[in-house]
Design a protein around this ligand. Structure first.
Ligand code: DAH
Length: 337
């Protein structure tokens, strides 16, 4: 290019600009940008350097124009390379690019504990039979846990229930963790007048040694209906309708004579489902002494009550052999429900 004309000099500059733009546009990484820098702006043998030398071979009158164009081209190429380097630096700081075609990582979703599911299902079924769901406290006084339920201090029925007392100020009537949800019968009857249809589901506490069917904390369903003219036939129908809805299919309910201080007569409730009888809880007609204790007139109203074990009915429905599994917090077990 020693004897270049201005035209060929300018054409060479245009080519250099076009080539450098194409090279930078195609550069995908730092190495490619560096290769383009060496090719176009390299201090020793870059193409800009070669054109700069050709500037000296132009006619004197062409030199100012050639120099101006050369400076413009040099500035443009330098800027192009700097911008490409800056772009790569930003990308490097942002870490590896996101591959939007990779499968995402699944967010594990939990669900309600089987005991909670059972409680909700019982509330829903009993709600359809007109029973309102109510709550009662787990820390109780002795009136609601014992006396109002016709279990006075010296009564032998207290013995297996009389345990988890809380420390209280000297002289005060000690509170305890309730041993049965029958407490809620009293609380509701004290606060309302008949007719009444309620269920209450919650935790109870007993000094039981844990085994496949016992646990020191468990859950009960308490049911209470108080209306004029209530009989054991109503009790049995309600329990049978409940059991059929809960377990599915035809469930038989059997009463065996029993004793509870707060019902007269009292029965044990067994349910037959899939060819097996299982004891589910206790029931009976509300004892007139209990109705009187809450200010109802036993000559005017009668009622029935029942108490079922939530773990028992859940174990029966789900085919769980050991109720301790409900409390081990092993997600491999819980995930099944
Ligand atoms: N509270 C009794 C218990 O824990 C169960 C029970 C029996 C509840 C008879 C009742 C009932 O409402 O009528 O063993």
């Amino acid at each position: 290019m020693s004897a270049a004309t201005l035209e060929s000099f300018l054409a060479e500059l245009d080519r250099l600009r076009a080539d450098s733009e194409a090279a930078v546009a195609a550069a995908r990484d730092a190495a490619a940008v560096e290769a383009a820098r060496v090719e176009f702006a390299g201090a020793k043998s870059g193409r800009l350097k070669a054109i700069q030398k050709a500037l000296g071979g132009l006619a004197a009158a062409d030199k100012p124009a050639g120099g101006r164009h050369f400076n413009e081209a040099k500035a443009a190429v330098t800027e192009l390379l700097a911008a490409a380097q800056a772009r790569l630096a930003v990308a490097a700081a942002a870490g590896p690019p996101i591959d939007v075609t990779l499968p995402g990582s699944a967010v594990p979703l939990g669900h309600l504990h089987p005991i909670t599911q059972t409680i909700r299902r019982v509330q829903e079924i009993m709600g359809r039979l007109g029973f309102e769901s109510v709550d009662g406290p787990e820390v109780e006084d002795q009136w609601h846990n014992f006396e109002a339920l016709a279990i006075p201090a010296e009564h032998p029925a207290r013995d297996p229930l009389d345990n988890f007392y809380l420390a209280v100020a000297r002289g005060a009537d000690p509170l305890l963790l309730r041993s049965q949800t029958s407490t809620v019968q009293i609380r509701v009857m004290e606060a309302r007048r008949p007719p009444l249809r309620i269920v209450s589901l919650g935790r109870v506490y007993r000094p039981d040694t844990a085994d496949a069917t016992h646990y020191p904390m468990f859950h009960q369903v308490e049911g209470l209906l108080v209306e004029p003219g209530t009989t054991m036939a109503h009790l049995k129908s309600v329990l049978r309708l409940f059991a059929s809805s809960f377990l599915g299919g035809d469930v038989h309910v059997r009463f065996r004579p029993s004793f509870f201080p707060f019902t007269e007569p009292s029965v044990e409730v067994d349910m037959e489902w899939g060819g097996r009888w299982v004891e589910m809880g206790g029931a009976g007609m509300v004892d007139p002494a209990v109705l009187a204790a809450v200010g109802y007139d036993p000559a005017e109203v009668s009622g029935f009550a029942f108490g079922l074990g939530v773990e028992r009915i859940a174990a029966r429905r789900y085919g769980v052999a050991d109720i301790r599994d409900f409390y081990r917090n092993d997600v491999r077990f819980l995930r099944q429900f």
